[in-house]
Design a protein around this ligand. Sequence first.
Ligand code: CA
Length: 219
Amino acid sequence: MSTRTLPLEDHLYDYVKSVSLREPPIFELCRLETARLPMGQMQISPEQGQFLAFLVELIGAKTAIEIGTFTGYSSLWIASALPDRGCLLCCDISEPWTAVARRYWEEARLMHKIELHVEPALQMLDGLVGHADASFDFAFIDADKQNYDAYYEGILRLIRPGGLIAIDNVLWSGKVADWTVSDPDTEAIRQLNNKLHDDDRVSLTLVPIGDGMTLLRKR
Ligand code: CA
């Protein structure tokens, strides 16, 4: 019996989903439509989406922020777990991608909880930092990897103490642990992983779900 995390072979992964996934049909449609896009592999996995929703519910989040909305699959899960008067601020630079997201937010009747910003995330974060009332309970970072550290620092200023930050793709298909790989994206994630490990402003755990997700609780 090993004490390490189990490798999820296909049959075990299918089993995990069969006994735990409660994906609403509209969410599934969004995921399947996105999977057919050229960049479709960028979206999070369904069990990851459900995990994010679980966390939002668990901490009783009312305000959330997402950096990197893509076609909206993760935001569907996050917004669905917010209370009716909750708010999710979404940010992405792509009009075509977020047009897909908007269509599914409407269909899932979540539009009233979501505010979309189509602009560079650093610009949006800079704008928010000046606002006294810009305080968030929950944040999800899943955008261009070379800006991850800057997104993290911006978010950390905006999240309330005790608030939760989730960062996606921290294992980067395993490339972070392959020392023959040194492209800028891999290096950026590696450096952030190392920094977070030593960052006493937060408590952390790295969950090997999807492509690896680090959870940070602001102290
Ligand atoms: Ca991702």
